[in-house]
Design a protein around this ligand. Sequence first.
Ligand SMILES: [Fe+2]
Length: 417
Amino acid sequence: MSLNPSPARGAQRDDERAALARHFAEVRAHTLALAAPLSAEDQCVQSMADASPTKWHLAHTSWFFEAVVLAAHAPGYRAFDSRWSHLFNSYYESLGPRHPRPQRGLLTRPGLAEVHRYRAHVDAGIEEFIATATEAAWCGAAPLLELGLHHEQQHQELVLTDILHALSCNPLLPAYRAAEPQPLRLATSPRSGWLAGPDGAVDIGHDGEGFAFDNETPRHRVWLQPYRIADRLVTCGEFADFIEDGGYRTASLWLSDGWAAVQAQGWQAPAYWIAPGDPRAPAGHWQVYGLDGVRPLDRAAPASHLSLYEAAAYGEWAGARLPTEAEWEAAAGLPGLRDLHGQVWQWTRSSYDPYPGYRPWAGSVGEYNGKFMVGQVVLRGSSVATPAGHARSSYRNFFPPATRWQFSGLRLARDGA
Ligand SMILES: [Fe+2]
């Protein structure tokens, strides 16, 4: 995304406004559709500091449009309730004080109905702005409006991963919704092979066409040693073999921090796996809890809800390793490479760092990505929870290495041609 748009002719601008208005309506409606199966009680709960209540996501995504687009660019706009910025600002130091993240679940007020009215108020403000903004105001705000849509899509994935964690804390293990339509089912082909990735001088990063976050830029050259990359994801069956082989009891397979996490957290399987004999869902075999409730472990489905530590230990056990993010992106166009998108995010062995020459966007949105570039690890691809139209081969997702509540899995790589 360029935040310094070049002037264009009026007809093109009209098309752009109509297209953004349609996209805005679609994205906003999809967020509400994701929340629709949930009760008001479901939508207020916060199960851990990393996760947020659905109601907070509904409000925060609206706050983003209000604070970044309307307050800054729409002179006639009146905030729904100016005090709410304190509640629904996530991490923008430049946009004022914030309620502590671990205490978002304590915000029983405003209630869900009020938050829905807030969304409608912001929707009306954006729609009016699109229809009436001067050319100068539109030039300044259109890229931020587009950013707000991609921001809301990121939160759509979090709505699902956060409610999955919250519902998993209930001993009855309720389903988010009973019959999950595609694409929220994992499936991959069990046949596997290795593909030679492009080596030598390779360009990675966003190429300038269409939207991208600032962290995907600038496109730049890297040097890759010869490597091979698995043509598919690691499956639950393969990960079950790792467990069966004592993977969680073998310190030599683990990074030091990972082994410490295994000990401290008592990890014996990926998050949401249910061991045989677990009283919450009695069965004689492994089961997996997901958005559609408890199901028998599907050995052909991609392993998911892994920390980086578990992914790396599995790679060690399998005589392979995780790809770097540059290897992953360089290989993304290879014929025969399957399940790049739409199944699970794939941990890489790359720290989340700025690309050479990286500059954050100007203004408040400069806080969007750049200030998080330490202590986190890049994941590539996209997941079953990623909304349609939000995936790119240059996309850099990132989480701390112990994170397990996302749809995170792995594909293997190995050295040599
Ligand atoms: Fe956000």
